[in-house]
Design a protein around this ligand. Sequence first.
Ligand code: PRX
Length: 641
Amino acid sequence: MDLYHPSESFVDRANVKPGEPYEALIAKASADPEAFWSDLAESELHWFRKWDKVLDESEAPFYKWFTGATTNMSYNCLDRHCKTWRKNRAAIVWEGEPGDQRTLTYQELLRAVERFAAVLKAQGFRAGDRAILYMPMVPELPVAMLACARLGITHSVVFAGFSAEALKTRILDLDAGLVVTADGGWRRGNIVPLKQAVDDALGDCPGVRSVIVYRRTGNEVEMTPGRDAWWHDLEADVTAGCPAERLDAEHPLYVLYTSGTTGKPKGIVHSTGGYQLQVSMAMRWVFDIKDEDTYWCAADVGWVTGHSYIVYGPLLVGTTTVMYEGAPDFPEPDRFWSLVDKYKVNVFYTSPTAIRAFIKFGTEYPERHDLSSLRLLGSVGEPINPSAWEWYHSVIGGGRCPIVDTWWQTETGSIMISPLPGVTALKPGSGTFPLPGIAADVVDLEGNSVAPGGEGYLVVRKPWPSMFRTLWGDPERFRETYWSQIPGIYFVGDAARKDEDGYFWVLGRVDDVMNVSGHRMSTAELESTLVRHAAVAEAAVVGMPDELTGQAVIAFVTPIQGNDPTDELAAELREWVAQQIGKFARPKQIRFSDALPKTRSGKIMRRLLREIVTTHKVSGDITTLEDLSVVNRLAAQQDED
Ligand code: PRX
């Protein structure tokens, strides 16, 4: 396989250089991880009070970092930079889908955050309270996040593509007292009615005493007196100035819900101190950020990628972060490239699904624009197939930009496995090596490392600063899901291979979690949604390989007697899922069947269904199957499609 080496000019300017500097970094990290991280914490961030202990393992797996220290994420992202030349540097360069533009300098962003924090304070919210942010991709979303962080209000951003139902589940689980939203957001020229969804959700959420509404799209919305208020009205009533609270390093900065293997989403809890350190280091090591860079992570703030690498990471290192509100193909499929050209983006980070969509649109779209400002590209969210990698490298990167294929998860908070762009020789499709200080490995179920060339389970052997601390309200599930498969070691849930040269290749999930367009989806959550529909007796959901989205959702459904398996019912069920979870979760196909393959003890054999949708036949062990004819019928049905 061809190796891709960084150019000499890239290496010359790289933040981490090959040879001795890189080896020294790795050696220090492995010899004494605590000294390694604490030295970086000291040089990288502001602490109001220094820690007593770097890593507290006394209640493992509930690890704590920098105990006794006080700090503040909002202070580190803003106040600190405003004491330097950076105060007039662009912090956020934003473009709305209709083409409107705004730029906020660090000083302006700090003022906006202080003002909104003052609003929250005036409403009586304080450290320890929880806020749900259900917002479009406008600068006020980072403003709200940073204002919460400033006061110690734990925020939970709910992706604006989630439905009212999904929003309600999250509000209730978090017992949030505050919801920040907007009248709407723009998506492919249409208004997404966010406030309407909040109203629908809040009927059953008595704990919410305040809803703050930012005016974005100008559509009519209903305001409930005593509960709802406009962002701009509240701001008019406060005087600016709101200092950052001195918060414990372990203070929960945010909770972000992600899919697991049951029907109930998991609230991933992130801390303040350790999280800010590791995302900051990833910006320097992986994205190789320079003072003059313009950086764009084309994700949505509603997912962890947006938290760590649109908002917190870039602002921590004082770079300019580009934010775009809408769809990549609106009004035409060259929108991303027009933004790269217009804002002279230097570092660009996106997902393999987006890259595959661009390949399908054709090279004419990137060719319309000057992409020569780009010097580094990134990929995240799912394995990138080598052909998509090559296209990204040559068509977008002009053959000159290294690609950092970054492996991480909502749980890890920050990038864990990735090339260092000035150091690592790249193999398309491989995330290459763990970052300094990250003890990732590929093991068998006893926890033994696999031999070179072997496959196994991806794990992390030692705690890392940006690790999630627990699951909101469910510490037992935290321990059970992640720390008990191989006792004492973090079990990722991905399969991986380590090749003869020690390169890591992440192969995909080993549990019933699918990865659709880089979004995690739980089979159990989709199944329980489908069986809640009045016409459905049983449902089993599997992922089918898909050229564009990585995996696509296929739902096998047995209707309740008296409901015909018609196209209309299939359409209704797809719509039902969109309404209950969000449009992005809509199954690609509904396949009706009068029965589902089950073991004699009644468990649905998803493995067989997976085989049917991928290979069109069943070859694995079917000795535990109760009724073989069901499988034969489903396989025959597949052949007809
Ligand atoms: O299966 C891995 C895949 O995405 C999962 C994490 O999903 P989520 O928590 O939604 O976070 C996505 C953005 C960080 C992982 O368990 N994954 C993520 N990045 C990669 C990847 N698989 C292969 N290569 C990657 N670079």
